[in-house]
Design a protein around this ligand. Sequence first.
Ligand code: NAD
Length: 249
Amino acid sequence: MSESKVVVVTGGGDGIGKALAQHLAGEGWEVCVADIDEAAAATVAADLVAAGHRAVGVGADVSNEDDVARVADCAERDLGAISGWINNAGNSRPAMLLRMAVDEFDSVLAVHARGTFLGLREAARRMVASETNGSIVNVTSSAGLGGTIGQINYASAKGAIIAMTKSGAKELGRYGIRVNAVAPSASTQMTKTIMTNEKFAATYLSRIALGRFAESEEMAPTFSYLLSDAASYMTGQVLSVDGGTYMVS
Ligand SMILES: NC(=O)c1ccc[n+]([C@@H]2O[C@H](COP(=O)([O-])OP(=O)(O)OC[C@H]3O[C@@H](n4cnc5c(N)ncnc54)[C@H](O)[C@@H]3O)[C@@H](O)[C@H]2O)c1
């Protein structure tokens, strides 16, 4: 791992992002928690600081170019050179294709696809400028790998994120910057509707080889690995942490 251990976690105010912020702080990372929910970002960061870690919380919309630049500015000003960046923020607006409105498509693409592009570009610019051999981790989904029903907007955005991960890895390798992606699966606000509805939950569970849902904390070690020097020769890859839901036949 490079000397500076400053990581930006977008969508760090709740769910998987919050668990990532807590886990990485415990490993010595200084964490910039960015979230559109400014209060949530501030609370997660304040809890980390109270526990003796260095952290900062920033309210920001990842689909907004200026906000993303401001996140990087805050991280560099308050913590130091950025060596890790996790593009985790996400929303969902499920609807069947026949009924999906253009606005439902656009708003999900804006957060996931534009948001990841902006985060990837900002992280890369900062890492190149500070000559940091950093690691960027994007968050995709089994929906982006294999498609899904009722969320063509989300699956499209997550598919775009996989292509961005591979293209980013190819462009940034010359700077020693690695770009990988994780396809997680965990009980969070985003998946609450599926996991608490008896019928949906049974269908969903039947597709998970390990036969159980995971908590967000179980996602964190894979992100930590991708940020670390243990993954120094790994770039452009997608790791599924989904209990064996998506498998290539
Ligand atoms: N939970 C799962 O099973 C699962 C599966 C596959 C992929 N994912 C992905 O993991 C990531 C985290 O999801 P989660 O399940 O923790 O969801 P979550 O809803 O618990 O957390 C998402 C966080 O992102 C923030 N956010 C939303 N829009 C934002 C924006 N425009 N700018 C900044 N922050 C924004 C929210 O405020 C929230 O804190 C998402 O990218 C999601 O698509 C989750």
